[in-house]
Ligand binder design. Sequence first.
Ligand code: AKG
Length: 341
Amino acid sequence: TRSLATIAQDSSFQIPLIDFSKFISASSQAEKRRTADEIVSGFKKVGFIYLENHGIPEAVVQNVFRKSDDFFNLPSEVKDTLAWKDPRANRGYVRIGRERVTQSSDPEEIAKLRSKAPDYKESMEIGRDWDTIYKNHWPQESDAPGFKSTITEFFQTCHALHAVVMRAIALGLDLDEKWFDTKIHEQFHNMRLLSYPSIKTDLLGQEGQARAGAHSDYGTLTLLFQDSVGGLEVQHPHTLQFQPATPIPGTIVVNAGDLLARWSNDTLKSTLHRVVAPPVEKLSDTEGVIPARQSIAFFCNPNGGAEIDCIPSCFDVTRGKKYPSVTTEEYIVGRLKATYD
Ligand code: AKG
């Protein structure tokens, strides 16, 4: 058996930094395959990767952050008119205290957690804008100039990048590169703009209070854009220690969600993560206050009606299928229902 100290420094549990240009514009099929293998290996071991040279210009990301900040600076009365209402739509503004992400699926336990220690954050949830049933809750153009156009464009940009990462995953799992294409093209995704207000240092960390409690994501992939404040942490599955996913400028943090883990027979890992106070070194001159933090999470899902049945290369006679087939919609809506009040 390995000693705890050895496990704590487990060097295989490092979030790999992937140069995605070596997939997008690979100089050879071998380089492309090598990059796909690195990506799949990151999802197998850690469940998280950093992507650099992903093709989304930094100026685009910074502009989305600015528009997001402008939105959260609107008066509460305005934001409250755009409130999130139900898990099927999963759209709208979620004020501080309405959500507590957790692994629990017991409604009573979740309600208790939520009233005692809700996540200290507010968010704006956005779905595909052309959905015929569910409508996004946009602010008036005069209240938030350029917000809608910037966000809808960024939604498309993220969808396109996710489709390419799914191609890399297909290749790395020995499937045809286009295996996922027709199962993920309906943009059944959710973009979440997040704002974590500044908070007194001694308030965060008490009785399970966090910016976002430990949880895994529900869908296939999450593309996470974070500012430089820090605080995102990823849990080692064996030691249960949380390790920082330190912000690296220009990169996107990408993690696998529960539905991709299930689809892949747990070949790919959906790892618990949380958002807490940044490491103490970063707080030395902030006088007892943790600075505000902004992030954008793009939660990717397969098509709503897609049957999520074990990927062919992830089971065989010795490794049976662990889960029955489920549709994306059944799965995601069920998970969302449990998290909100
Ligand atoms: C979530 O909203 O599910 C997150 O994990 C957010 C992570 C972050 O803000 O860095």
